[in-house]
Design a protein around this ligand. Structure first.
Ligand code: XMP
Length: 327
């Protein structure tokens, strides 16, 4: 049986040598637990599920099936990177599900934030369950549960996000190879497993994805404005050396327009709001002091390169009083 609780004496994993030792232990445990049976994993491309995928691929290769659901709310380039890294480079058994229309059709006209979150969560379960039912002989479900998830669910802070949700006919035995690790340790393990830096050191990204940053009822054109402006912000922060330094930065597109001028003509277009914050635990946050020249450059690029946008605003609000996300 795999270890369920983090031993009190366990040293924090900070070096690749420690990570290598952990990886070898896990590979042995996974092989002992799984034998010649099949394992299923929902691979979002986030740090935790990516590290679990890489570990399982090392341990059991194509006995693992990864399902990557593209719900249309991922950042620019993410689905492509999941396919490249896992299918092309690691030879994973990867099922890519293009569910963009299904999600966006369900979300059409829905403006209440909680309802949006619920639709995204339940549609995800539906799509994943449909894929799982198509497969034969799967015994195990792998999950990227990490130690803080266990602690937080024990203390009633949040429902443990991974475990629940699948319908009764899909009750698998769990495989949770990073369950006893803290987030920083998962990153060291991922790096040691050869995952790319932009996958291992990526900023936190909410499960409902860009859906919480496309305010009000999601439309495809405004969602594209969120995705494109986010990509520009990330590129400019990387060029300015801020990528590994600022905790979280992203863009938001509200559902109202204002007047502006483009090519000498009046245009009614959306603003893009920039958010860049630092925090330890996301309970409180301070605003990054972004140099004005950089803000001007980002503004210039977004207003010229992103369709339907005529203004850029910077959110100067710490948490509290603002939350980090807008929805
Ligand atoms: P807030 O907006 O509450 O965000 O200050 C704190 C941190 O949590 C992330 N966040 C979410 N993560 N599902 C998630 O998985 C969500 O619905 C969600 N909402 C916020 C947010 O990105 C920030 O890092």
């Amino acid at each position: 049986m795999p270890i369920l609780n983090r031993p009190e004496t366990m040293e924090r994993i900070t070096t690749s040598a420690q990570a290598e030792a952990f990886i070898n232990e896990q590979i042995a445990d996974i092989r002992a637990q799984v034998g010649d049976k099949k394992v299923l994993l929902a691979l979002s491309g986030g740090v935790d599920s990516s590290v679990v995928a890489a570990l399982l691929i090392r341990a059991i290769g194509r006995q693992l099936t990864c399902v990557h659901v593209n719900h249309g709310l991922l950042r620019k380039g993410e689905p492509e990177q999941v396919i490249r890294v896992f299918r092309d480079e690691m030879d994973a058994n990867l099922i890519y599900v293009d569910a963009v229309d299904r999600f966006l059709d369900k979300l059409a006209g829905v403006s209440d934030p909680e309802t949006k979150r619920k639709i995204i969560g339940s549609t995800f379960i539906d799509v994943f369950a449909e894929e799982a039912r198509k497969l034969e002989g799967v015994t195990f479900l792998a999950q990227g549960t990490i130690w803080p998830d266990i602690l937080e669910s024990e203390h009633g802070i949040k429902a443990h996000h991974n475990a629940g949700g699948l319908p009764e006919d899909l009750k698998f035995e769990l495989v949770e190879p990073v369950r006893i690790l803290f987030k920083d340790e998962v990153r060291v393990v991922g790096k040691t497993l050869g995952l790319p830096d932009n996958m291992v050191y990526r900023q936190p990204f909410p499960g409902p994805g860009l859906g919480v940053r496309c305010l009000g009822a999601i439309t495809r054109d405004r969602l594209e404005a969120v995705r494109e402006s986010d990509a520009i912000l990330r590129e400019e922060f990387a060029n300015a050396g801020l990528a590994g330094k600022v905790w979280q930065y992203f863009t938001i597109v509200p559902d109202f327009r204002s007047v502006g001028i483009k090519d000498g003509r009046r245009v009614d277009e959306w603003p893009v709001i920039l958010r860049a914050v630092n925090t330890r635990d996301a309970m409180t946050a301070t605003v990054e002091n972004v140099p004005f020249e950089l803000l001007s450059r980002i503004t210039d690029r977004i207003t010229h390169e992103v369709k339907g946008v005529n203004r850029v605003l910077f959110d100067c609000t710490p948490k509290p009083t603002g939350t980090i996300e807008w929805e």
